[in-house]
Design a protein around this ligand. Structure first.
Ligand code: NAP
Length: 280
């Protein structure tokens, strides 16, 4: 079976174009959309990701402020900065970048981000509202999973979606969003027994683990649609997903590439959320 590749690039370009248009209208009406990214790490891949968000923001007319508190910032200093940005009328979106110093929990510190400005859905209130079916910003990566399936016209209604990974930023919110779309959802994690037997039941399989190549052909139901959220750096400096594409491609009907799948859609959605926050 030859699987089709579900790129995220065209969808990301559409979202960026629509966002640039809305940002220009807001600026003309006197509101300059602004995103603040709070950083407290010296991690190089995190710095690369933050620079790529800043570049993408500026291209669509969103001012991006990188607030670097240094890798030894205290939890209190991070909380205070997030509270100040939440109160700042000129800042519309706030992202708290991970990793955090001293193993601080994102869910704990992100409580200081106003839900109105929580463009990456990191405040537990946002996830709670999402679970309750109320308006909230979803974590951009989780929303990107559903957006990419919609873009490629994958029907979710009544289908069995299996999500591997139960993190607060990806697995759990992705499962909620799939449930909202009337999929029957199973969530797997590191304690799941016989992972392949469970994942092979999924009409839609979402891999959000962070283990290169964990999902192989035997995990994939023939004809399934596979969304690979994983971004795992290799020794040679490339990025690979959680899905071993060569064996998965033999059974899947469609699969998202890494890079070029969920990643660009995630960044585009962060920008869209910022403009939505500036519009409110
Ligand atoms: P995380 O917080 O480390 O969570 C990983 C999840 O995978 C956990 O729920 C863990 O289970 C589960 N897991 C670990 N080993 C497993 C195994 N052998 N079998 C089944 N489940 C297993 O990671 P995350 O933040 O959700 O990120 C997941 C991946 O997505 C990473 O590669 C990350 O880089 C990528 N990501 C990509 C984007 C993007 O824009 N493309 C954005 C965010 C994250 P337990 O809960 O039992 O420990």
């Amino acid at each position: 079976m030859s699987a089709s590749i579900m790129s995220g690039k065209e969808l990301a370009a559409e979202i960026r174009a629509e966002t640039a248009d809305r940002a220009a209208k807001l600026a003309a009406a006197g509101t300059q959309p602004k995103l603040a990214v709070v950083v407290a790490t010296a991690d190089e891949s995190s710095a690369w990701y933050v620079r790529s968000i800043a570049r993408a923001a500026e291209k669509v007319g969103i001012v991006c402020d990188i607030v670097d508190l240094g890798a030894d910032a205290s939890a209190d200093a991070i909380r205070t900065t997030l509270a100040e940005l939440s109160a700042d009328e000129r800042t519309h979106g706030i992202i708290l970048q991970t990793p955090l110093p001293g193993g601080a929990a994102l869910e704990d510190l992100a409580s200081a981000i106003s839900p109105d400005k929580d463009v990456d859905g990191a405040n537990p209130l946002s996830l709670g509202r999402l679970a309750a079916g109320l308006t909230a910003f979803a974590p951009a990566t989780a929303e990107a999973v559903v957006a990419i399936l919609d873009h490629h016209k994958v029907d979710l209604h009544g289908r069995h979606a299996v999500v591997v990974g139960r993190s607060t930023v990806v697995g759990k919110p992705a499962a909620h969003l799939l449930l909202d779309r009337h999929a029957t959802v199973t969530i797997c994690h590191s304690r799941t027994r016989d992972l392949a037997a469970v994942t092979a039941q999924g009409d839609v399989l979402v891999a959000a683990v962070g283990r290169a190549g964990l999902i192989t052909g035997e995990h994939v139901k023939p004809g399934a649609v596979v969304v690979d959220v994983g971004t795992n750096p290799t020794d040679s400096g490339d990025l690979v997903g959680d899905v071993d594409a060569s064996s998965a491609l033999e059974r899947a009907a469609a699969i998202t590439p890494v890079p070029g799948g969920v990643g660009p859609v995630t960044t585009a959605l962060l920008l869209r959320h910022t403009v939505q926050a500036a519009t409110r």
